[in-house]
Design a protein around this ligand. Structure first.
Ligand SMILES: Nc1ncnc2c1ncn2[C@@H]1O[C@H](COP(=O)(O)OP(=O)(O)OP(=O)(O)O)[C@@H](O)[C@H]1O
Length: 343
């Protein structure tokens, strides 16, 4: 069941030339974690602020939990929307203790007990009489999360929740935050510019470009079946090989690829593939071949750059155990690629 629905939402800031959000419509299902991604200025934060009630759209409709919160001039004020918000810098009150910070937005019931239960839920084991400056970044984030979820909001909104954490901590915190959100069953939307955050943490990802929603789907579908080149390239550069189709395959500058699909094309095409959609193999005459330009070792995998006779390069990801000692050339094959007409 959908808990949040946006219909044809548009937003233009008063001094701006272009719309920050252009005709955006989507739904979020109950209990789902949605990531909003896009390059800087694509409208991610604006969209989050429109849902929170911190900005008002020029047109469109937003419903939360079956209630219309925005339509035309009508708007439910931010404090009445029952939306929990975690800001990028956590925005904790420096003069309040951990417990007081979490109790801040609570008005009903035994507020001490609710705050303590929520702190337990987010796994914070510190002395709750400490102040925010006495905590690490990861701990401050848990306090901010506890403060946002303690009042039992209908939806949790997080702006760049992982951007202040160092790389070592990030992987761990991402997983922990995901588990906490899933345990509470709360619906969550987070903004990030980091594709790794989105792919590893979200159930679905919405990708924005210049305020337009490009695609919204699961990480797997977005990565493997992007609807346009912008979405495809957003999740990492793809290799591009120019190919000439024939009855039974494609002629390329790296060799021939047998593919019955080729006969459907008449002119030149582009074969597009990600580094992990190729594999370096032993030579047996059937594969593509390239001159080894560079090998980079990453522990979990190696990245090999191969060039054709004119120096055009492709990048292939391969297993870390493969040895290239004494080799000038390497053979490879592609197990997955997209075919696009080349003009
Ligand atoms: N208060 C404002 N007044 C005028 N223009 C604004 C305002 N806030 C944002 N914008 C513009 O709206 C567009 C979308 O901005 P927004 O901050 O939503 O993008 P974003 O994707 O969150 O970017 P970033 O990743 O850099 O935070 C940008 O062109 C930005 O310059």
């Amino acid at each position: 069941m959908s808990i949040l629905s946006l219909q044809h939402v548009n937003k233009k800031y008063s001094q701006a030339k272009d719309f920050a959000i252009n005709d955006v419509s989507f739904e979020v299902k109950e209990g789902e974690i949605l990531a909003l991604v896009g390059e800087s200025g694509s409208g991610k934060t604006t969209l989050l602020r429109l849902i929170a009630g911190l900005e008002h759209p020029d047109s469109g409709k937003i419903s939360l939990s079956g209630q219309i919160i925005v339509e035309g001039k009508k708007s439910v004020p931010a404090h009445q929307r029952q939306v929990g918000m975690v800001f990028q810098d956590y925005a904790l009150f420096p003069h309040l203790t951990i417990l007081e910070n979490v109790k801040f937005g609570l008005t009903k019931g035994n507020t001490d007990q609710i705050a303590l239960d929520t702190l337990k839920l987010v796994g914070l084991t510190e002395d709750f009489s400490k102040y925010p400056h006495q905590l690490s970044g990861g701990q401050q984030q848990r306090v901010a999360l506890a403060r946002a979820i303690a009042p039992n909001p209908k939806i949790l909104l997080m702006d760049e929740p992982f951007s202040n954490l160092d790389a070592m901590l990030k992987d761990q915190v991402r997983e922990e935050i995901r588990q906490i959100i899933k345990k509470t069953g709360i619906t969550a939307i987070f903004v990030t510019h980091d594709t790794k955050d989105a792919l590893s943490t979200a159930d679905r990802i919405a990708i924005l470009h210049k305020g337009y929603l490009q695609q919204i789907d699961t990480p797997k579908v977005l990565y493997e079946t992007p609807v346009n080149p912008y979405v495809a390239n957003f999740f990492g550069k793809r290799n591009e090989i120019i190919a000439i189709p024939s009855e039974d395959g494609f002629y390329t500058s790296f060799g021939f690829i047998t593919d019955p699909e080729a006969k459907k094309y008449s002119g030149k095409v582009k074969l597009l593939f990600r580094p992990e959609h190729g594999e370096v193999v032993q030579r047996d005459g059937q594969q593509l071949v390239g001159k080894i330009v560079k090998i980079s070792y990453f522990g979990s995998h190696q990245v090999v750059k191969l060039a054709d006779e004119e120096g055009k390069r492709v990048t292939i990801r391969t297993n870390p155990g493969r040895s290239f000692e004494g080799m000038d050339e390497a053979c490879f094959y592609l197990w997955k690629y997209d075919i696009e007409e080349a003009f």
